[in-house]
Design a protein around this ligand. Sequence first.
Ligand code: ARG
Length: 590
Amino acid sequence: MLPNKHIEAALQAAVRAVLPDADVSAVLVRPCPDPKFGDYQSNALMSIAKARKMNPRQLAEQVKAQLNVTNWCEPVEIAGAGFLNFRLKPEAVAACLDEALAGQHLFYERATNPLTVVVDFSSPNVAKPMHVGHIRSTGIGDALQRILRLLGHRVITDNHIGDWGTQFGKLLLGWKQILDRTALERDAIAELERLYKVINAECDANPQRLEAAKLELVKLQAGDVENAAIWKEMIRLSQVQFDTIYGRLGVEFDEALGESFYNAWLGEVVADLLRRGIARESEGAVGIFSDGSLPPKEDPFLVNRDGEWVADPALVRKSDGGFNYMTTDLATVDYRLKTWSPDEIVYVVDDRQAPHFKKLFLAFARWQPEAAKKVKLVHVGFGKIMGDDGKPFKTRSGDTVKLGDLLDEAESRALAVVNEKNPDLPEAQRREIARVVGIGAVKYADLLPNRQSDYVFSWDKMLSLQGNTAPYLQYAYARIASILRKAGETPNIQPSTSNIQLGAADELALAKQLLNFGGVLEGVAADFRPNYLCNYLYEVAGAFAKFYEACPVLKSEGETRASRLALCELTGRVLKQGLEALGIEVLDQM
Ligand code: ARG
């Protein structure tokens, strides 16, 4: 068990000894925000005292008297209004590092009660190119699913591809009438995009064309063989494009059911919603309206127009009989619950869809209240990528940036840096480094900011070898790998004996950083915020740089050398595992 978990267990036991009926599940130990006061801290006693109208400092004294953490900590201190501060004994830190060296853990533990979590992410639309914005859902979602798995949870990833909808009427008409086969072979998505644009413009100008497109859609929906075959071919072509990008990003999915998968159930969903009085007809359409249970300000089924609250229903059937995005999403929740019984379903989708998900979650809870109680539905939203002009990031000519082009540019910019730094490496190796650095840089720059804030896209910043960037961390890892190579051996570790010595302040500081890995991973999983891990890895790399400057490694001797090499080894393992958890590769040589 990791020291913080030992402390937590001891603290919970002490609270129970003082207050036998207390619920100790919220008695937690967190890293101390300021190392001046200790390594870990608990503020749990204050809320317990508050709930029981007790004096928090007095409670803290009583708990402290029952607390036995002498194996791991220096004497515990009570601070402020009733905080408990814990400072680890260097021996306890060293013992934990020895365990890690022996392969017993890497400073994190698998969840004792694993959850089943469905992660819905990436979810691009068919017949359109993936653009720069897709890096957000794809990268954040992939990092979250990797971290959840690392912590031992059961994860099902589902790429909810947009493979159905009214756009197919226009696409089908275009395919049948103006398809350029040669262009399709050259660049299928560009050709599909062209078809859509041409027909869409025609439809805007000419109602007859719009009718023709609608007819194609109706035929598709009715199962017309020719239209279904063309539609399937469009999906296949799109999937080829998606798979190329996912391959480059190292992203895989367990499922890619797509919107169309749910078509067969949509009629029944609407009928059931009507039957139960959750939805009602309005102007020929069917919608879910406010049930008045929320204050208007918090009610997503209402909007304020000129000072008045008016209905903003979630439409589940259009007046022409077609179904909506919402209908499919309701059917999707239902399917996922029945298929996987998840504890959580996490939607990694642009914050602009926040109102949709608010409606979806409330609508589902009204539709299936019992099922809804068993699952936590979470919208993990994110902001926009901006250009340095303060407007959404575009190409110089003002077009949306295609994701494939962006990744090409990342690799070629990284290659320029590698060519300059390492002109003597063989070309294939330089290209491989450029790939790992370029893709890593783009991903990391996207994961680093708080996901809900917009961020400014900057090649120079993300590719810099200084500062909180992927290349900086990748180089830190490669440097460690090179130290270990130079040492000519991985330190020879005997699991049962103590190997690690933490006499120098910078050794101890680095070691304590390593110990926090698990807590950070758990924080990411709890709040769905991969940026915690980015910042942590940056701190680890910083602590390593300080240690390496202050403490000679290769030039030291005997046990000191072995211990310091072991610290290098463990730092390398944490950096590598941490970056991989973010979906970022590392190389031993750069
Ligand atoms: N395809 C949608 C879009 O591009 C995102 C789908 C997100 N997932 C979901 N279950 N609604 O906007």
